[in-house]
Design a protein around this ligand. Structure first.
Ligand SMILES: [Zn+2]
Length: 263
């Protein structure tokens, strides 16, 4: 998760166990606007077998549909699923096995699934570097369902709900930027997966083009600093949100808080 950053440095800010494993969350977000109930990202899902998950060590968490239910949403209530990108830990929960196990179906049957065209075409073509992460069963059933909407460019997808497109982690990753009351939230996805990834050089080795990630982070962090945006972290075990400030070392976290404090 920290690429070329030595463990002696990253372990001071993100703890690991004796096997170098760190705990990451798969934090999805629901946004309601203008009659839309939008779900951002869907976690791993549960289609694959134990062998697939043997290096992942899934534990804890509410589960996707269970977590939604606890907040009053049934799968049919979701009108839109926005997938930042098609890596398995971001989109897998959007597709489930059908009754009888003969094939796959949408977990959210009424929803349109939004993916950037660049990411879709990249994922369908696949490549040796990302093939463990682009799984046919997570991707093709979306197209077969007729519910796929390909997003061609950055902009406002729904009222107050914008997407930015970044290409360093994987081509066409969408970063949602959401106006909420008097605030602006950035769902940082795999661009800034945890608060420890705020330094522009602290990036994942999963990134396809690290120089692009550095450039894209600088742009978004500068804009977020100037606009007093709130960052929402998808993968950070402890910190859900933060604001930013400029320090002699660069842009860093100012206040850290739980998502519930925004609502
Ligand atoms: Zn990813």
């Amino acid at each position: 998760m920290f690429g070329v950053v030595p463990k002696v440095l990253w372990s001071r800010v993100y703890s690991s166990d004796e096997n170098n494993l760190i705990v990451l969350t798969l934090r999805s977000l629901v946004v309601e606007t203008d009659g839309h109930v939008i779900l951002i990202d869907t976690g791993w899902g549960d289609k694959q077998d134990e062998k697939f998950f043997r290096h992942v060590y899934l534990h804890d968490g509410e589960g996707l549909t269970e977590g939604l239910e606890r907040r009053g949403y049934k799968p049919e209530d979701i009108t839109d699923v926005v997938l930042t990108h098609l890596h398995a830990d971001h989109c897998g929960g959007g597709i489930k096995r059908n009754v009888g196990g003969t094939g796959y179906e949408l977990t959210f049957p009424e929803a349109n699934y939004h993916v950037s065209r660049t990411q879709w075409e990249w994922a369908v073509k696949n490549n040796v570097r990302e093939e463990d992460s682009f799984l046919e069963e997570n991707i093709i059933p979306i197209m077969d369902s007729g519910h796929l909407n390909l997003v061609d460019e950055e902009g406002e997808l729904f009222p107050g709900f914008f997407v930015r497109i970044c290409n360093g982690h994987t081509p066409g990753m969408m970063i949602p930027v959401i106006k909420y009351k008097d605030k602006i939230l950035v769902y940082t996805g795999d661009l800034i997966p945890t608060i420890a990834h705020l330094p522009v050089l602290w990036n994942m080795s999963y990134d396809i083009e690290s120089l692009k990630t550095i450039e894209e982070k600088e742009i978004i962090l500068t804009e977020a600093l100037n606009g007093c945006y709130i960052l929402v972290f998808q993968h950070d075990e402890h910190i859900e949100c933060c604001t930013l400030e400029m320090t002699p070392k660069g842009i860093r976290a100012k206040e850290k808080f739980a998502f519930s404090e925004i609502l």
